[in-house]
Design a protein around this ligand. Structure first.
Ligand SMILES: *Cc1c(COP(=O)(O)O)cnc(C)c1O
Length: 227
């Protein structure tokens, strides 16, 4: 019960942030991040209307998939090792965490084998934190052009994990910077790219991210409680 109430509260907060930021709520998808939480809690969220679920570990996602209804859309949001790509391709609607050209090439190879096209986002380390994965902003455009050769991936947009801060306002500049870059990339005609998703904002800062242009927010703690 509590999970559903939390979910609906987060949905309301997204709507409020949309009003504040002049955004259309239909442009924002909430991803319920159930990592470390039992399937029973994920099912609560599902019954409350959630259809997009995020996991950061391959093994956990693979074990949860058969336990959840078939119409769930699974998002891989955590760092992905190349040797686990085989398990993920064909099972996710979107891989948010592509942080190297090498990983993109591995996804290409496996997608070709399975005769499908995999939707991905490039993870961007906007604040250049040493502890984080992702391309630096000044590397992304070149990476996008390189991925123009990989016809079994579709680069749908960008993702970032903003710094851990006590006041979400501190991340506004980070979100704004990535949004501006996203808008700039939208105007480019690059093969295998359709820049239409901006995945940013977590429990601590999703409202600011929505105000600044996020089209996907990834919320775990705010829905399922602390881990
Ligand atoms: C865990 C996680 C989230 C959700 O974090 P919360 O702060 O619990 O909302 C979002 N994105 C990624 C990549 C994560 O690993």
């Amino acid at each position: 019960m509590e999970v559903r109430e939390n979910l609906h509260k987060v949905q309301r907060q997204i709507q409020e942030a949309c009003s504040t930021g002049g955004r259309d709520p239909r442009e924002v998808t909430l991803i319920a991040v159930g990592k470390t939480k039992p399937v029973e809690m994920l099912l609560d969220a599902y019954q409350g209307g959630a259809r997009d679920f995020g996991e950061n570990k391959v093994q956990e996602m693979i074990s949860k998939i058969p336990q959840m209804p078939q119409d769930v859309r699974w998002h891989m949001i955590g760092h992905l090792q190349t040797n686990k790509v085989r398990q993920v391709v064909g099972r996710t609607c979107l891989i948010h965490s592509v942080d190297s050209l090498r990983l993109a090439r591995e996804i290409e190879k496996e997608s070709e084998k399975q005769n499908l096209v995999t939707n991905i986002l490039l993870e961007v380390n906007v604040a250049r934190e040493e502890s984080k994965y992702g391309f630096f902003l000044d590397e992304v455009e070149e990476a996008l052009y390189s991925m123009g050769d990989l016809s079994h991936i579709k680069v749908c947009g960008l993702m970032t994990i903003a710094p851990f801060v006590s006041n979400a306002e501190e991340n506004r500049a980070v979100f704004r910077k990535l949004y501006q870059f996203y808008v700039d990339m939208k105007t480019k005609n690059i093969d295998n790219m359709n820049m239409s998703i901006l995945s940013m904002g977590m429990t601590g800062d999703f409202q600011v991210a929505v105000e600044e242009g996020a089209t996907m927010v990834r919320v775990g703690t705010g829905i399922f409680g602390t881990r």
